[in-house]
Design a protein around this ligand. Structure first.
Ligand code: ZN
Ligand code: ZN
Length: 257
């Protein structure tokens, strides 16, 4: 299973980091975990086959995590040659169906009927949702907004856990236990810590409590960049830590641990 951190930023405008988006591919499953502003152009920049995306999975409904989704559907409708016929499946916590329907009232009917099948499904916590025969999705509630969930993708070779936006949560660390790669938000420096986001130190503790085999940090607001997030996270976590940049690539199940 391959991970590319397409957008490692937030809503804060940045020349180096676009809004949250992470590409995960394995066989014919090609997933976007969140789809924030700037994702499409970054996917093109990094040479990823965005037109073959099979699933978009949202962690929550803050617009910096889904703002590019209508543009993705629009681009798939008008710029794929030959015209796309494969379905696009949009998944997220309960409310995602309502969100997309509401967006379609403003954008137009094409968002629900772009000329290829669109499936939209609310995913319930604790019910594994198969993406194909080998890869399945699970969600887990996290302290951020009422609907916010962490996302887990499990394949035979390993498990990826993406925190989405979250505050510290011992329940989350239990749920993530033993994952091969923990992709954790790292919003703010410790001096600005809050209950609904993580700091480098808190992301490190989460990874340590979960015995995650590897920690990759994402979702950096500008103030946290004045520090060295990977070093700070490493103070409480004994595994390998990477502060991801847009375009970084990782393999889950490569035995690196
Ligand atoms: Zn958020
Ligand atoms: Zn966010």
């Amino acid at each position: 299973m391959e991970l590319v951190t397409v957008g490692t930023g937030t809503v804060a405008p940045s020349a180096r980091r676009t809004s949250p988006c992470h590409w995960v591919s394995r066989g014919d499953v090609r997933v976007l975990l969140d789809c924030g502003a700037g994702s499409l152009h970054r996917l093109a920049e990094f040479g990823l086959p965005w037109h073959q995306v099979s699933h978009v999975i949202l962690s929550h409904f803050h617009p910096d995590h889904w703002g590019e989704l209508p543009m993705l559907v629009y681009a798939l409708k008008y710029t794929t040659q030959p015209p796309r016929s494969e379905p696009l499946v949009i998944l997220g916590p309960p409310g995602v169906v309502q969100l997309i329907r509401s967006l379609a009232e403003g954008y137009g009917d094409w968002l629900l009927d772009p000329g290829f099948p669109i499936g939209i499904l609310d995913v319930r916590d604790g019910e594994p949702f198969p993406l194909n025969a080998d890869v399945s999705l699970e969600t887990f509630p996290v302290p951020h907004t009422t609907e916010s969930v962490a996302l887990s993708l499990v394949a035979p070779e390993g498990r990826l856990v993406y925190t989405g936006d979250t505050g510290p949560s011992s329940e989350l660390s239990r749920w993530a236990t033993g994952c091969d790669l923990l992709l954790a938000e790292c919003s703010l420096p410790e001096s600005m810590a809050m209950d609904t986001h993580l700091t480098p130190e808190r992301a490190g503790r989460l990874a340590q409590e979960a015995s995650a085999k590897r920690l990759v940090l994402t979702h950096f607001y500008p103030p946290v960049e004045t520090s060295d997030p990977a070093t700070l996270a490493g103070k409480s976590y004994t595994g390998s830590v990477t502060a991801a940049k847009d375009g970084d690539r990782f393999t889950i199940g490569d035995g690196r641990g």
